[in-house]
Design a protein. Sequence first.
Length: 307
Amino acid sequence: MTKIYPRFTPASLGNGVPVLLISLQDQSSRRQDLISRGVPESWVHSFFPAIDLRDALEQDIAPLADLVAFESEFSRRMRAAEVGCALSHNAVAAWLVSSPFSIALVLEDDVIPQTPDWLDQLAAIADALSPHARSGAAFICHLGAPSNQIGPALKRKVTWRDGRPPADMPQIFLHADPASGLWRAHAYLISRAAAERSSTRETPIMTLADDWCERRRRGWLDEIFFTQSALIGQDEDRPSTIRPSDHSDYIRDTAEQGSFLTRVGRSLANRTFLKRLYGSVRFRAVIALARFVARRAYSVSLTVPRE
């Protein structure tokens, strides 16, 4: 079905939506924990093999990611494991593009269901968004957005055209804030169009796996939906497979690059007054428009538009 993992066969959410649970081969204990938390065994046993770059050297990952651009943006070097994580999500997207499906559920192996009926709620959301995905919309629906990220963000309530969603479906919103981020990639639905843009345009890797708003800014996503309350949380106690506990690979080259604030200060100093003024006015206008639009609901069709 795919050139990346030709023998991979996904489990199903129960309504024809494939489940792509990303996990490193050696993380059997994490997968066993998933089963104890109520994640279906079929999902766990048919996991999508993650790309393991934990022990890779910088020269190994240099051809795979734009390390210079990343360091310029974040004032640190990109971890090899972060490149592997991003490549894994990119591979999942490429698999979806090569499949007959229009939408897929993507999970990481440290998820924790938050409600007793989370499976039914997931199926209801996937059913409601499937026509939108089949129409060619490029979106993700975040299923476990942290409350401290979505609480203060500008958002639009999603309403439905051409019918009613299932009664037990949780309310979803459109992230409509150009100035705030939405992070974490442990649980989300992704449409085929979004998967195609991401997997074909992000070569080499340019963003972290969970930097959704940056992908929207680059045009790889048009819409970011999220559930108001998290359906799927993330294990905060288990050690990360991406970041060492002592942050030993978190390297800041302050001698050459300077701190983030220093670089921003230099960048602003190098701009002309008129350019800075234009940038400030433009940003204020964008925020004002976003606040105005956020007062209105966002309409999504429950049926595929006729051609």
